[in-house]
Design a protein around this ligand. Sequence first.
Ligand SMILES: [Zn+2]
Ligand SMILES: [Zn+2]
Length: 324
Amino acid sequence: MLLDAPRSALRAAELPAPVPGSGQLLIRVRACGVCRTDLHVVDGDLAEAKLPLIPGHEIVGEVMERGAGAERFHIGERVGVPWLGYTCGTCHYCKSGRENLCDNARFTGYHIDGGYAEYTLADERYCFVIPEGYDDVAAAPLLCAGLIGYRSLVMAGDARRLGIYGFGAAAHIVAQVARHQGRELYAFTRPGDARAQAFAGELGAAWVGDSVTAPPAPLDAAIIFAPVGPLVVAALRATAKGGTVVCAGIHMSEIPAFPYGILWGERVIRSVANLTRRDGEEFLALAPQVPVKTSVEVLRLDQANEALARLREGRITGAAVLVP
Ligand SMILES: [Zn+2]
Ligand SMILES: [Zn+2]
């Protein structure tokens, strides 16, 4: 499924099977999750997309061929391909353990063709082993919603009362990890979104409400998954002194001006950008222990436009996954 230009529908196209270069794997895609970042790419919110582009960066597939020097995985092995597709290894960020901030990073389904396809190529150094207890479809959302959600949760520190704004794919995974760690969960959804509120309740939220409603007690930290700038202000107002508001998305609408008083008291606002391979290894080891169970809605690869439209409208419970 090809994106020819931003703000256009994806187009089904027949392309030659790609040939793996040095260090690359040719992977037959078995499942690919649909992430909000895909929407930002398709909608042109992220401006550097390779065009035409095959989106998708939550890929679970099977190694079909290995390029020269690729020996980390064997033929037939199941691998996961995440958003982080390449880092330079030589910049200031790479050398200080922060490859997620690499100046020369390239991302799957953005700079590199991704998983809305039957076959894809990936640099084996950025691929993950998928935990055995997950089938292909259930594993796909772990690869971005899970990884980025996990990194966001780490950035929230040891907060006991944790607020989550936007209850989609990432939130439904983070909620399970947070509960496993003994945290109290406060779920904020779009006003009136009864389905998301019921879903948050099923996942053990101590309190569920609208994003405009104050929680019954101040939060120790909040994670914002919805790409909505005014939620930063709402989350700051709901957060106790010393608390952190984590903006987990790659894109957000403008944050309105707010009085200094709601930041005062050593509150912190921070973003989370991308992932490191270490985040992936830690999270994929943790997920089966929780155990994280993903809720997925499966669509055929040729329904990619429908999946994106439903995600845009908030009509996906859990995560959407495409299967070729
Ligand atoms: Zn670098
Ligand atoms: Zn993603």
